[in-house]
Design a binder for this molecule. Structure first.
Ligand SMILES: [Zn+2]
Length: 419
């Protein structure tokens, strides 16, 4: 078998013939020629036989490594004049538009980025993390299930920080299928407007319930005519409990500040370690944290009162209680919190009263629960890794490719057997 034929089988690049194979010190360079005569616009389906000109230099793409060798694919490309996009270099069937990597290589990176850590991906494929970010952004553009916006009835809207310094993404999840279906940079009304624009009026009219946090921005977008004003707004118990945790943390900081003024600094120092003992759920505590908690209990005072309030609220939603029971317990919690003389909890009680209807709707429709919380916990883990990215789109791609409607197909899984 000739070397070029062997490499054509080995590389499995669609639509090309191998012209030559060249072993260089750093890489194997394979020059290919497109089999098709027609020129195809890289941005749309337009194709033509008319060439505008030929690019003076070859284009190149990195393909899957050949053992320890890097493999570079080269091809001389032509340009065409697309009536929509103007003069463009023709698209190739083996790489995504604007990429210096073959689609096979990018699919591999997409799979690795969602299943292993940053260091492993970068070392294994020998590219930096921002390049990984650009690659997975392209994989997301072409790889998400196009039917993901169909059949949405109950959805959740969440904001997640993707980078330090208040950089946020808005994510829309499908409660029924437990996956994210849409995302964009930002967290205001206009951000969510973008989702409804894409969904269109007909599909928006089918939405029955939207769960969200208690801020006004998302609710305003949902209520807009043409969006989903018919939908019941649900305030996720997950967010309600998160507010209580935040109130507790505020009380803890105040108490600590007071302790720091005391002449005996020993107390303040011991107290500093109490943060996680207070904020974690009791079953998740380490032995040391449980001991700290017992000490705080003996000490009593404001902090212990705040802790018991937070735990009481968490337990309202921890069980499988129905709407009526939750309503009763929630009202009982609010009157206790209002009388607690702890300002953050007085404020919390007001917030809960104001959003009572939406909180109970979440319980009634079951759009709250642990599943959704699980999705949120996974997002937080992913965004921790995404912190290294410099673009919101890359962070979004990491989330969507991990928790969205996408099926990763690796190059060797694409067709059965070896050709
Ligand atoms: Zn075009």
């Amino acid at each position: 078998m000739r070397v070029t034929t062997a490499f054509k089988r080995l590389l499995r690049l669609p639509g090309v013939n191998v012209v030559s194979v060249d072993f260089r010190p750093a890489a194997v360079v394979v020059t290919v020629a497109l089999r098709r005569r027609r020129l195809v616009c890289p941005c749309c389906a337009y194709s033509t036989r008319a060439r505008y000109d030929t690019r003076p230099v070859d284009s190149s793409w990195r393909h899957l490594d050949l053992g320890a060798w890097r493999l570079e694919v080269r091809a001389g490309l032509r340009r065409l004049a697309c009536p929509t996009h103007g003069v463009r270099t023709e698209g190739v069937p083996f790489a995504r538009t604007g990429s210096d990597f073959t689609a096979d290589f990018e699919d591999l990176v997409g799979f690795l980025a969602t299943t292993t850590d940053k260091t492993a991906v970068c070392r294994l494929v020998r590219i930096d993390w921002d390049t990984v970010g650009r690659i997975i952004s392209r994989v997301m553009d072409t790889g998400l299930d196009p039917g993901r916006l169909e059949g949405l009835f109950q959805i959740g809207v969440d904001e997640v920080a993707w980078r330090k310094g208040h950089r946020y993404l808005t994510l829309v999840s499908d409660h029924r299928r437990r996956r994210f279906v849409w995302g964009a940079e930002g967290r205001d009304t206009a951000t969510l407007d973008g989702f409804f624009d894409e969904l269109g009026t007909e599909r928006s009219a089918a939405i029955e319930a939207v769960s969200m946090d208690m801020g006004p921005a998302y609710a305003r977008s949902v209520a807009t005519q043409g969006h989903a004003p018919q939908a019941v707004i649900c305030y996720d118990p997950f967010h309600v409990v998160a507010l209580a945790t935040r109130a507790l943390d505020t009380v803890r900081r105040q108490v600590w500040q007071e302790l720091r003024q005391l002449p005996d600094q020993q107390v303040a120092r011991r107290f500093k370690g109490a943060r996680w003992a207070l904020l974690k759920n009791p079953p998740d505590l380490t032995d040391a944290q449980a001991a700290t908690l017992r000490k705080l209990r003996r000490r009593g005072g404001e902090l212990w009162r705040a802790y018991t309030l937070k735990e009481a609220l968490r337990e309202v939603f921890a069980g499988d209680l129905g709407e009526q029971d939750v309503a009763l317990l929630l009202d009982r919690f609010c009157s206790k919190a209002s009388r607690s003389r702890l300002k953050p909890f007085v404020t919390l009680a007001e917030t809960i009263r104001k959003h009572r209807g939406g909180i109970l709707a979440a319980v009634r429709l079951g759009v709250n629960n642990a599943r959704h919380e699980g999705l949120n916990a996974r997002v937080r883990l992913i965004t921790k890794r995404a912190y290294g990215f410099h673009s919101a789109k890359a962070a979004l791609a990491l989330i969507m490719l991990t928790l969205g409607p996408v099926e990763h197909v690796l190059p060797h899984e694409r067709t059965a057997g070896f050709p």
